[in-house]
Design a protein. Sequence first.
Length: 134
Amino acid sequence: ILNNIGQLAADLGDLDKAAETLDQALKLHRAMSNRIGVSQTAANVGLLYLRLGRHAESKERLNEALDLSRQIGDRETESSVLCNIALLALAEGDEKTAIDRLYEGVDLIEQRRAMVGGGEGQQRQFLAGNIQPT
């Protein structure tokens, strides 16, 4: 719930409140040893820190989210984080890293799509983790 409240605060433009709430969510997920929650919330915190111009903290949270998402096999979060790392690299003027991470993220998405038979609706369900590949 805190993650959703933090995202809502960010969407409404209250970035300081969003950071405070997402930090609380991250602490809670860590205390519960919820690796999926840590990964997804760290990704959200990293993106928020990027929006706030806090690049060093953004990089730390995004790398944490990337490492965890890879450890637990959460390819959806991994691809999203790679794209956010690309945005961070671009903000820091590192176009090569930005392009490399963006292609890496897109490749993950395409790998998942290739595993799914059927139409686009089934692909969306699979990407959301709701069905198994055929």
